[in-house]
Design a protein around this ligand. Sequence first.
Ligand SMILES: C[S@@+](CC[C@H](N)C(=O)[O-])C[C@H]1O[C@@H](n2cnc3c(N)ncnc32)[C@H](O)[C@@H]1O
Length: 224
Amino acid sequence: MGADVDIRTIEQTYRRYARIYDFCFGAVFQPGRKAIVDRMACSPGERILEVGVGTGLSLPLYPEDVSITGIDISRDMLDKAEARKKRWGLNNVIQLTQMDAEDMEFDDDSFDKVVAMYVASVVPYPERLVDEMRRVCKPDGQIIFVNHFHSRNPLVGRIESLLAPLSKQLGFRPDFSLERFIGETGLDAMAMHPVNLFNFCTMLEARNNKPFSSRGDLPILAGR
Ligand SMILES: C[S@@+](CC[C@H](N)C(=O)[O-])C[C@H]1O[C@@H](n2cnc3c(N)ncnc32)[C@H](O)[C@@H]1O
């Protein structure tokens, strides 16, 4: 699945995006962010990790009685998230840190829920992202994504395929396949729902199907 993009290129791309990100991708993708937080049905005291938190557009959506950690590879995007946290007085956001979601510094089983909003088609190696999400999530925890996947509409799908060579410049893969994502990560999908205008994106909830071997090793994928 990966890696036609590298982490430095992603950082540069999102440095350019940071100032205009909310204007371009804020309101239009907010229903998906809201759907995912609703779906998480957070309980008081839960520890939530949001990978690729970006400018923190989702942060005000979480309940006040959970603790949220956000990581992102882009300092510029995180600066915007910090500003949002301050502006909204979000005391439940306990940490916003620059970190690679494919190689996280957290201990195993650190979080109750791990979420990736519009990130899976951005990272260089989606399978490493999922492996790390599994590792830091408690064994009975919840792993949940929202993302755009390659459209099944023949015309839209064709346009996305034509745009695919521009993935580096766009900062995401427009032709990112849902089937390959699930197949190559071994995700144990529990639920899938279309979200956003024209059902443009999909929310995907997965069971944390550990075991995987250990940090850095390949996950033991279900069905392989
Ligand atoms: C399309 S934006 C989504 C931002 C936010 N989740 C939202 O809902 O708008 C993708 C984000 O993933 C971040 N990202 C990409 N690769 C990453 C990685 N390996 N580790 C952490 N963050 C990453 C980018 O810097 C960017 O902020």
